[in-house]
Design a protein around this ligand. Sequence first.
Ligand code: AMP
Ligand code: MG
Length: 495
Amino acid sequence: MTSPLPELLFEHTFAEQLEDLCLFCRPARVPAPRLVLFNSGLARYLGMDPETLAGAPGAELFSGNVLPGGVKPVAQAYAGHQFGYFNPRLGDGRAVLIGEFRDPEGQLWDIQLKGTGPTPFSRGGDGKAALGPMLREYLMGEAMTALGIASTRGLAVVVTGEQVIREEPLPGAILTRIAASHIRVGTFQYARANNDREQLRKLADYSIMRHYPELLSLQGGTRYLSFLQAVAERQARLIARWMGVGFIHGVMNTDNMSIAGETIDYGPCAFMDVYNEQTVFSSIDHLGRYAYGAQPGIGQWNLVRLAESLVPLVDSVPGHAAELLTGCLNAFPGQYREAWREVLGCKIGLAAPGPQDSELLEELLKILADSQEDYTQFFRRLSLWLRGTDPLSQGLPSLGTHWQSWLGRWRSRVTAVEGTPETVSAAMDAVNPLYVPRNHQVEIALAAASRAGDFQPFHRLLDVVTHPFSPRPEWAPYVEPMPADFGPYRTFCGT
Ligand code: AMP
Ligand code: MG
């Protein structure tokens, strides 16, 4: 195979340094690849030339039909707890890592093709992906990025020209995914289950080198304890950011939690409309394990699985290691509480909320829960109220005096510490999105693209959710919650 894109140089640090954690796997040839989405902004950011990638050569590359010379595609191995049950061998069943790309700043990015056909980890699956779920993943990654939330991102979506068989035949597609890395909690569980301390150490040192290089100067068990703490800190911040925008990942299995702290594997994810901790949209989450309000606790549960995997690296006496790792993890609830206080505080205009604000914040959540208000709209209305241009208090009649009292206390607090109502409102509007990918809008856009080949609604929605903070009159419909006759809304796994 010769490449039309000789200027793209890929590195293979994972495949070369961790050869026991991946298997060579060539993408299956697809009949008629056509590029339907190309992220030229991301390409430019990575230091790629969008011009040469956007056309037919891009379709060949991003379908995996033609790979640059020397590229060594691999499927990565990982294990994972899925809904609490351990599977020792999951791995990339429908994706291959074609290599890593170094941006102009010297940072390495994984370039993965998702939906490229069977791999040694496919376990009977076809290894393919349908267009709808790949568009969903692209859209969500861009929306999260625009919201300032760490996420893997789509560089391209190619339709393959073949159909994939699900409950019905659907157009097949491949997503090119960019990630800081695809190392997961499940990757550590896999190495741990192999009972090979050297392999585990290599994985941990590789992860530290890529994501936490400041820890390389630490020696012995301290390095891996600090690693756990650093991963936990990033997860605490990430999940707090999810909670701040009402994002529900939907399938927080340990194989879907990134060591780099990015949001990864957008399957049955969705944005909450009415504030309710129990909100679940995923059709497979019958018990609400991954409900909106359960996410911080599940984050910790997953980190315990990471800690268990690190035991052999921390101390030769497992009991000692467990004690030290537990000590680290005990910090997580506090780390999360602080991250959440900061996120929620910012949403109501407090630049540096302290423990003294906890009561105000907790009360707000109670009021929100009682109000049945739309979570996204609520914070924008709060800022309008502060400016005096929205009678929000009258919009919430059932809350009565409690609500009035909260508003009064809040206004005194923010205007005393943070500035005039105008400056506080402006700060709030810079962190509270007007536009999130509302579930019904996502469905409408995906259905048009997937069923009728009409990408216009998708492009419009992508435009809206990648400019989440500034109002535009023509985007008014995207502010509106899901119409009552649309539901009940369910999301399905991205297979
Ligand atoms: P996910 O739900 O995308 O996180 O996937 C969970 C596991 O199932 C991973 O190991 C995937 O690689 C695998 N998987 C998902 N869909 C397919 C498919 N169509 N064919 C083969 N493996 C799959
Ligand atoms: Mg996954």
